[in-house]
Write a protein that binds this ligand. Structure first.
Ligand code: SF4
Length: 245
């Protein structure tokens, strides 16, 4: 049975959003009020490099976790170890349920995601969403690297949000208002290690078979599931809906 987690009211969330505006303030609040039942979900993209650096400066004991989908690029595995050693931190690596992956691959093939949106969502569900749900069940809040400018689906996101899909825990998006230029400036100014795929044109980094570099002028997330059309291009981690696990 899961531990009972703290619940937050919309009034509390509104109050936090009205007085906390900077990334540092949001992270300080999380450290003072939620640690150690709060953690940063990291996929080791540019935004994650910035937030992890801010977090370690505020609280070296902040918790970090990542999802090893089994299909990550080598560059992401490399940066994971570089970051772990640089900050001397633990990174909790979550794996999908082996049986679920086995059944999916045996029924639909290794590269099922190219066959249909339904298959792609199933793969994301099993390799990302289910392990993430298991982690979030143990937390009072989680920290993301979402930015409003990344996609139309993120236009209404605020720094603090109630995460209704995960029992009303807090979802904290400290850099929601940051621009891509701000992210790049912070990385350069602080000489942060970053995922080498960024230098190859990958503005958003995900699984190897589902991510490619973007061309000049393309949307920053155009390289994710590039063969799909429309605005539904999210893996499910940031969409409010009923759980299936
Ligand atoms: S991004 Fe691609 S490989 Fe990764 S979980 Fe989703 S569909 Fe599967």
């Amino acid at each position: 049975m899961h531990e009972i987690v703290a619940r937050f009211s919309q009034e509390q969330v509104d109050e936090l959003n009205s007085r906390i505006t900077t990334a540092e303030e949001a992270l300080e609040w999380a450290s003072d009020n939620l640690h150690p039942r709060v953690a940063k979900a990291s996929s080791f993209g540019a935004e994650d490099a910035v937030i992890m650096d801010l977090m370690v400066k505020i609280n070296p004991d902040f918790r970090f976790f990542t999802l090893d989908t089994g299909r990550l690029p080598q560059e992401t595995c490399d940066i994971m170890d570089i970051v772990r050693k640089k900050y001397n931190i633990s990174i909790e690596v979550l794996f999908p349920d082996a049986k679920e992956v086995e059944e999916m691959v045996n029924a639909k093939g290794m590269n099922l995601f190219y066959d249909s949106v339904e298959n792609r969502k199933l793969c994301c569900e099993i390799r990302k969403v289910h392990p993430m749900n298991r982690m979030l069940d143990t937390l009072d809040g989680w920290i993301t690297g979402l930015r409003r400018k990344q996609t139309k689906l993120r236009q209404d996101v605020t720094v603090f949000q109630l995460d209704h899909s995960h029992g009303g825990i807090l979802k904290i998006n400290p850099i929601i208002d940051w621009s891509w230029d701000q992210i790049q400036d912070y990385i350069k100014k602080n000489s942060l290690p970053y995922n080498r795929l960024l230098d190859k044109g990958y503005s958003s980094i995900g699984c190897e078979p589902c991510t490619r570099p973007i061309k000049l002028g393309e949307d920053l997330r155009a390289g994710r599931w590039w063969w799909e059309q429309g605005e539904h291009k999210e893996c499910g981690l940031h969409i409010e809906r009923k759980r299936t696990d």
